[in-house]
Design a protein around this ligand. Structure first.
Ligand code: NAP
Length: 305
């Protein structure tokens, strides 16, 4: 029986793994793919302390993984299919195995939100993307649309200017949600032109994206913009299907915890982007991973007494 199983290998899970391995807990990390999480899709991270010149998202999580493994964290690639959380022994069932553990940290992160408009499903992989780092180079010398006004949309639009001739940046309001520094960069970039107060109604094209149909939400005017690619960055949804009905979730499906990362079930903790909170950063995920590990350790000590 494990002391602790960590589900999910993004910055929150890897930090929980590092702390737990150093605390000499018998700990296992289960990650359905390779460790990394959404940060792997981030070309360049500028606001993680300690890297004044920035670092690629890939390298940052690779370093986190190596650091955790150096202290003994065991990482297994396996997708968790079910959980039994009642009782002191928690059961984790994957597609291959069944594990018993005294405690659990759920660090399953979040995934991109879809727009749910016509053409989004049928043209998936044919000109629609949720990752500029992955797909940007395919659009060399072409025109693309970026949808969304948050940090991700603006960062990715800036990244896309390395390849494309034009980014038509479409946002449903007349001001961006992204931090001011990113806004300043985007407004100064000649290849980015903003289309304000506008939502996409349809993504157009048969065998590949040919354009977007747009609606100005203030005037009601419908228009079309010819583009070869559409990049959608309209926020995240939590990866919490696994604990739906088992743990308390908020209205948007994020896991509710206290300040010590304790969920509604004793011995089960949550950390990172799947947690109900205001601010989602690599630095906050890392802090929560450390806190969840510490609280799990205290919980395990309590079981022994
Ligand atoms: P976000 O902050 O939730 O922004 C989502 C954007 O999409 C908003 O501008 C929103 O418009 C728009 N939107 C949502 N639903 C829409 C719809 N149905 N149609 C059209 N537009 C829609 O998401 P995010 O940018 O992915 O960021 C997620 C979190 O990660 C944030 O906490 C962010 O700060 C953080 N992050 C940080 C960095 C960094 O520090 N470098 C980089 C990336 C992300 P409204 O503005 O009108 O709501």
């Amino acid at each position: 029986m494990y002391d602790l199983i960590i589900i999910g290998g993004g910055p929150a899970g890897l930090t929980a793994g590092l702390y737990s391995a150093r605390a000499r807990l018998n700990v296992l990390m289960l990650e359905k793919l390779a460790p990394g999480g959404q940060v792997m899709n981030t070309d360049w991270v500028e606001n993680y302390p300690g890297f004044p010149d920035g670092i690629s998202g890939f390298e940052l999580v690779d370093r986190m993984k190596n650091q955790a493994e150096k202290f003994g964290l065991k990482i297994q690639s396996d997708e968790v299919a079910g959980l039994e959380l009642s009782g002191d022994q928690k059961i984790v069932t994957t597609h291959k195995e069944k594990f018993e553990t005294k405690s659990l940290i759920i660090a399953t992160g979040a995934t991109w939100k879809k727009l749910g408009i016509e053409g989004e499903e049928s043209l998936a992989g044919k000109g629609i993307s949720y990752c500029a780092t992955c797909d940007g180079p395919f659009y060399k010398d072409q025109e693309v649309a970026v949808i969304g006004g948050g940090d991700t949309a603006v960062e990715e639009a800036l990244f896309l200017t390395r390849f494309v001739t034009k980014v038509h940046h479409i946002h449903r309001r007349d001001s961006l949600r992204a931090i001011k520094l990113l806004q300043e960069r985007a407004f100064a970039e000649e290849k980015i032109s903003f289309i304000w107060d506008t939502i996409p109604l349809k993504i157009l094209g048969k065998n590949g994206v040919e354009g977007v149909e747009l609606k100005n939400v203030k005037t009601g005017e419908i228009s079309r913009k010819a583009v070869q690619g559409v990049f959608i960055f309209v926020g995240n949804i939590p990866n919490t299907e696994l604990v739906n009905g088992l743990l308390e979730l908020n209205d948007n499906g994020f896991i509710v915890t206290d300040n010590n990362m304790e969920t509604s079930i004793p011995g089960v903790f949550a950390a990172g982007d799947n947690r109900a909170k205001l601010f989602r950063q690599i630095s906050t995920a890392v802090g929560e991973g450390a806190a969840a590990s510490y609280t799990a350790e205290r919980y395990l000590e309590g079981l022994d007494q």
